[in-house]
Design a protein around this ligand. Structure first.
Ligand code: TRP
Ligand code: SF4
Length: 400
């Protein structure tokens, strides 16, 4: 059993490129060895911006999962699933929407930013406004406490924390909460019950952290308590109700140094990418035709690596020796740009070779991928159902 649960999602944008590999996937590969991990295709999130062209999403989802697997995400270590195949996300999203203040959603910075940036799309929709709430449901439904995200997504995780807190505050107190808590204290037995009350008073009246710790230890050891009563008394200690949803924390992923072919950030919309499954010949050609320092017009003109996108690639791929060779050769016009690009071409192809090899196994055998996702969805559903049982009960929706 792991103490921490990691969850992360990616919108299905089609085939992944080196920017995704260096920026996100390499991080996932490390995390899958350190934590219980859940990685999912956020296809409903894709619909918030692509509702007018939903047809492309399914294919993009399958291609993306192949890229994850090709990059080395291991289905034996991580649960891989598709958001829309776990309907419980939608139910939690709906229930959370009842208690989500509109102002909180309107204040999320990505809301206005994206609306201003994607002017060609009408994003004044209910679904788009609710994007961070759907994301909160994704996280909270698995009680994931660690969420690897880039800087831009940190406000969404903050938002999810606030939603969890509000939910626990509103619904963590079941009807007759105090009476039930007092009854649970009695079940602790006379001596222990009295000690619990003393410690609780010391903590609540004087903020005595030691008393809180002792009381928690007392509960952890108490064998006479049911699980529900134990949770109740943990909550009662601190004055709140039961903790139903877990507040997640962002695991900030360092910004990737992987630039695009033109020196800007690598992104499909800039047409400056190298896809993970791109043909090696095409990759070599893309790098050979990359722009270089514009001041280096002729072979005899010296250049400045700082002004050259190829240098950014050397920073990612080359060792000190090669980098020294570039610096010296470029600034003295000792090497030509084609020569300079050769080690980059080799390094990129070396990185892609095992990825493409693994991808082949999955593209030749699509059932392999379908089965991995089917298993992942099933596991995810089991976890999601557990949380929903508690959520429904807390909100007075467990009929029967
Ligand atoms: N919003 C995320 C992105 O655009 C994708 C996402 C959806 C996500 N749900 C999530 C990420 C839950 C982490 C956890 O990158
Ligand atoms: Fe860029 Fe290398 Fe040419 Fe210098 S020699 S301009 S670093 S490609």
């Amino acid at each position: 059993m792991y103490a921490d649960r990691v969850l992360s999602g990616m919108r299905p944008t089609g085939s992944l490129h080196l920017g995704h590999y260096h920026g996100v996937l390499k991080n996932w590969l490390r995390l899958q060895h350190e934590y219980e991990c859940l990685f999912f295709v956020a296809d409903w999130h894709a619909l918030t911006t692509h509702y007018d062209n939903p047809g492309a999403i399914e294919e993009a989802a399958w291609q993306m999962v192949i890229d994850w697997l090709a990059a080395g995400v291991d289905p034996k270590r991580a649960t891989l699933f598709i958001q829309s195949q776990v309907l419980e996300h939608a139910e939690l999203h709906l229930l959370l929407s009842m208690m989500t203040p509109l102002g909180w959603l309107e204040r999320v910075p990505t809301y206005k930013d994206q609306q201003e940036r994607l002017t060609e799309k009408d994003l004044s929709t209910y679904g788009f406004l609710g994007y961070p709430l759907l994301q909160s449901a994704d996280i909270l439904i698995y009680r994931a406490n660690r969420v690897p995200v880039g800087e831009d997504q940190v406000p969404h995780i903050e938002f999810a924390r606030e939603i969890a807190r509000r939910f626990n505050h509103l619904y963590g107190r079941e009807p007759g909460y105090e009476d039930k808590a007092e009854a649970a204290v009695k079940k602790l037995g006379g001596k222990k019950g009295k000690l619990y009350q003393e410690l609780r008073t010391r903590y609540q009246e004087r903020g005595d952290e030691e008393a809180l710790a002792s009381a928690r230890a007392l509960l952890a050891e108490a064998q006479s308590l049911s699980l529900g009563d134990r949770e109740r008394l943990y909550g009662y200690l601190e004055g709140g109700g039961k903790m139903i949803l877990t507040e997640p924390e962002a695991l900030l992923t360092a910004a990737s140094r992987m630039p695009g072919l033109d020196g800007q950030k690598m992104s499909k919309s800039y047409h400056n990418t190298i896809a993970l499954r791109e043909d090696p010949e095409a990759v070599a050609k893309k790098i050979r035709t990359m722009p270089t320092d514009p001041a280096r017009v002729r072979r005899t003109d010296p250049g400045d690596p700082e002004k050259c996108p190829v240098w950014q690639f050397h920073l990612v791929y080359s060792n000190e020796e090669v980098k020294a060779w570039v610096r010296q050769g470029c600034t003295s016009a000792g090497i030509g740009c084609i020569e300079c690009k050769q080690p980059v071409i080799e390094a990129v192809l070396r990185e892609l070779a095992p990825i493409q090899e693994r991808a082949r196994a999955y593209t030749e055998e699509p059932d392999l991928v379908r089965n991995i996702i089917a298993d992942g969805c099933e596991h995810a559903r089991d976890l999601a159902r557990e949380t929903m049982r508690d959520v429904r009960e807390a909100m007075g929706l467990s009929y029967g």
